[in-house]
Design a protein around this ligand. Structure first.
Ligand code: SF4
Length: 228
């Protein structure tokens, strides 16, 4: 069991990460860093499971904890019991929590729990407006992510993360992000050498300029590779 200090290419506002659901994530994204780690150490990922021992973790206070940083706690086939146990444990401690999912439609089922409504930021990843099926595999369509975030944003602070940014169509992409209605957009690039279709510098700068017209934009440190 562990509350891990945030490190590597994490959000600057996140102080710690904590994971109750472990193993192979159902979304199976081609660029998943957890898959990358398993490959690097030549170790297959374990089947998805709930780690009960994590419920003994003292989450402390005054932290900003990314809950479920190594999986997707709200993926469609995650048992409700796993989600509820995780949220109830968070509720016992006085922290802020980041819940990030590619399936924010499922967050709608839990939006009234006090830990989500009072203490949290809900975030979804929207890497591009284009659906690259061979890369995104089982992840929900971006339009569905944006629709759900639009509803969630009426109740909770919300972010969108464009990472790893992939080739996009600017007007359509901007419309999608506007629909999601985030208070903040974080942009980052692929850190795992996954040979993704990446936009040129000029298009990324144009994207940032358009986003800044209606939201706060934070560039993650790994974006600098594409802005040289
Ligand atoms: S949703 Fe996140 S954890 Fe799941 S496969 Fe995709 S990148 Fe990995």
């Amino acid at each position: 069991m562990a509350l891990n200090k945030s490190q590597g290419n994490m959000y600057e506002f996140v102080t710690h990460t904590w994971n109750t659901v472990k193993g192979t994530c159902p979304h199976d994204c081609g660029y998943c860093y957890m898959k990358g780690i398993a490959k690097r150490f030549n170790k297959p990922q374990s089947p998805i499971h709930f780690d009960e021992s994590e419920l003994k973790t003292n989450l402390g206070s005054g932290k900003f904890i990314f809950v479920g940083s190594s999986n997707d706690l709200f993926a469609e086939n995650i048992p409700e019991e796993w989600i509820l146990k995780t949220l109830k444990h968070c509720e016992k401690y006085d922290n802020k929590y980041l819940f990030q999912t590619k399936n924010p439609t499922r967050i709608l089922d839990y939006i009234d729990t006090c830990v989500i409504s009072d203490k949290s930021v809900v975030c979804t990843t929207i890497e591009t407006n284009r659906y690259y099926r061979n890369i995104m595999k089982n992840s929900p369509l971006m339009n569905n992510r944006a629709d759900a975030m639009n509803i969630i944003s009426e109740v909770v602070k919300t972010f969108v993360t464009i990472e790893p940014v992939m080739d996009f169509d600017l007007p359509e992409f901007i419309e999608l992000i506007k629909k999601a209605n985030p208070m903040q957009v974080n942009i980052g690039s692929d850190s795992g050498h996954n040979h993704l279709p990446e936009p040129p510098k000029e298009e990324i700068l144009a994207l940032i300029a358009e986003l800044e017209k209606f939201t706060v934009v934070k560039q993650k440190s790994n974006l600098s590779r594409l802005l040289k």
